[in-house]
Design a protein around this ligand. Structure first.
Ligand code: AMP
Ligand code: MG
Length: 503
């Protein structure tokens, strides 16, 4: 496929806009004043068939700062509802996001969405804007997650201006262009169930099935189908994807921060990056969102919250399925799906050929010693690759070891002894195991302080740090000389950083 050098030549396709009017409001973006392109992402551009040179054009800046329409697009804000922090919140919707349209690329269609493009009918008390700080964080995080192989929405462009935006202090405005095959959320389903509109609920469910889950339409061979069949199979598919996503998050120490049902993608993607965090020192109960005072979305709570959110989705599907037991039976598959995915990932992270019955104890021992020492999450796993299975050989001079991350070195060594015994059982060659582990345990993650340094530079109109992080995080497994500071535990000043819902 030849890449398009202008937005005029994008192949647009507006399937969501073809749904009935009730699903959205048509709104035009409110453009940024005097915008500047902070960064654009050629990898995301390629997904919609756009050539890198298109990213530097005035047309690109104009469209993705909200000043001119996407050729062939049809801008709209979608309506949805949701449960926030465990409580039914009623109608929410795209309060500051606008779907510009869909563009077809070599491997499928992507919706292009501006975030921070002004008021919509769903803005409630908000101003429809996004600040540069949170936009840099969303832009970097979506690409960092992709680099880790974790399903996520993508980011095409980050554009900023000096327009003032009032949060705790006066900040400045920015717009991130996000891309996803779909931005439909669990809350999109909850919306029509709560409005007692089974007709619209069915249209939405059929749209999602036909476009994204076509395998859910027919019954498996030899199984008699019912009208409810496709919707039950949809729930089963979303359950599996959500379980796998939770396993992915846990395995890299990622905390989403706001796992409300309106932030849960029906495609099982990481969606809506706000006060998220990659853990530095491991605390099993880590809460990354300063606004989450009850710790509802702590790291160790995420898998159960995923299940709770699926219950809300199942409840919303009740008018189509009308069989509570059948819905419950599907949801009962969540725990097994999560554990299977999680054990797979953890076996790979520990360098085990396969997860075995006793490995839960080995892993719990590691969590426990990491937690007690607040040992760095990313580096603890990364340094396991260098552990020699045969015995406690002294490290080469200058090489930092696993134990170096632990104030209580004896506790770390005691766990390593059980780990070595387990490795010996597998009998894999150390070099081969180390190479495999280094392909699954990242060296670089988007630590809060790294994002903060990129934000500070961007505020001074310097995008260099964003560019460096994008390159590094695109392949976070390969050690790059000259980037040692990106692979270190955070400096002392980072301890004071706080992220909250303010964005
Ligand atoms: P979030 O917690 O970011 O997922 O947002 C929850 C809801 O609040 C969504 O409906 C958002 O569109 C809306 N929202 C968040 N911030 C703003 C804002 N500054 N202006 C308008 N709506 C907002
Ligand atoms: Mg949201």
């Amino acid at each position: 496929m030849k890449l398009a050098s202008t937005l005029q030549s994008l192949r647009t396709d507006n399937s969501f806009a073809a749904l009935p009017d009730a699903f959205y409001s048509r709104v035009s973006p409110q453009p940024l004043d005097d915008p500047w392109l902070v960064h654009a992402n050629p990898e995301a551009a390629a997904l919609i068939g756009l050539a890198p040179e298109a990213l530097a054009t005035p047309e690109f800046l104009s469209v993705f700062s909200g000043a001119s329409p996407l050729p062939g697009g049809s801008p709209l804000a979608a309506v949805y509802s949701g449960h926030q922090f465990g409580v039914w919140a009623g109608q929410l919707g795209d309060g500051r996001a606008l779907l510009l349209g869909e563009a077809a690329g070599p491997d499928g269609s992507w919706e292009l969405q501006l975030k921070g493009s002004g008021l919509t009918p769903y803005s409630r008390m908000g101003d429809g804007k996004a600040v540069l700080r949170s936009s840099v964080r969303e832009y970097l995080a979506s690409e960092a997650m992709h680099g880790l192989g974790i399903p996520t929405t993508r980011a095409l462009a980050l554009i900023a201006s000096d327009d003032p935006v009032i949060r705790e202090t006066v900040e400045t405005a920015a717009i991130v262009t996000r891309m996803s095959p779909s931005f439909v959320r669990f809350g999109s389903f909850e919306h029509w169930a709560s409005r007692e509109r089974p007709d619209l609920l069915r249209i939405l469910a059929d749209y999602v099935i036909d476009r994204f889950y076509p395998d859910c339409r027919p019954a498996p061979a030899g199984v008699a189908d019912t009208d409810a069949g496709p919707y039950l199979r949809l729930l089963a598919a979303v359950t599996r994807k959500t379980a796998a996503l939770m396993a992915d998050w846990q395995a890299v120490g990622f905390c989403h921060g706001v796992m409300n049902t309106d932030n849960m993608s029906i495609l099982g993607l990481t969606l809506d990056y706000g006060p998220y965090g990659f853990m530095d020192g491991f605390d099993a109960h880590h809460v990354c969102n300063h606004s989450d005072t009850a710790g509802r979305y702590a790291w160790d709570a995420q898998p159960a919250v995923g299940h709770w959110n699926l219950y809300r989705l199942a409840g919303a599907l009740m008018p189509l399925v009308q069989d509570e037991d059948a819905l419950r039976a599907v949801l009962a598959g969540y725990e097994g799906a999560f554990l299977a995915a999680f054990h797979d990932r953890m076996a790979a992270k520990l360098g085990l050929a396969q997860w075995q019955a006793g490995d839960e104890e080995l892993l719990n021992g590691l969590w426990s010693v990491m937690h007690q020492n607040r040992a760095d999450f990313t580096l603890s796993f990364r340094r396991l690759a260098a552990v020699a299975s045969a015995g406690d050989t002294p490290p080469a001079p200058g090489i930092e070891t696993f134990e170096d991350l632990y104030a209580d070195r004896e506790a770390a060594r005691a766990w390593l002894a059980t780990y070595r015994a387990r490795l010996a059982q597998d009998g894999r060659a150390d070099a081969e195991r180390a190479a495999a582990m280094n392909r699954v345990n990242p060296l670089y993650v988007l630590r809060n302080h790294l994002a903060e340094l990129a934000i500070r530079a961007a505020k001074e109109r310097d995008s260099g740090e964003i560019d460096r992080l994008m390159r590094l995080l695109r392949d976070p497994y390969t050690e790059r000389p000259g980037h040692e500071s990106y692979a270190r535990v955070p400096p002392d000043w980072a301890g004071a950083l706080q992220v909250s819902c303010s964005s």
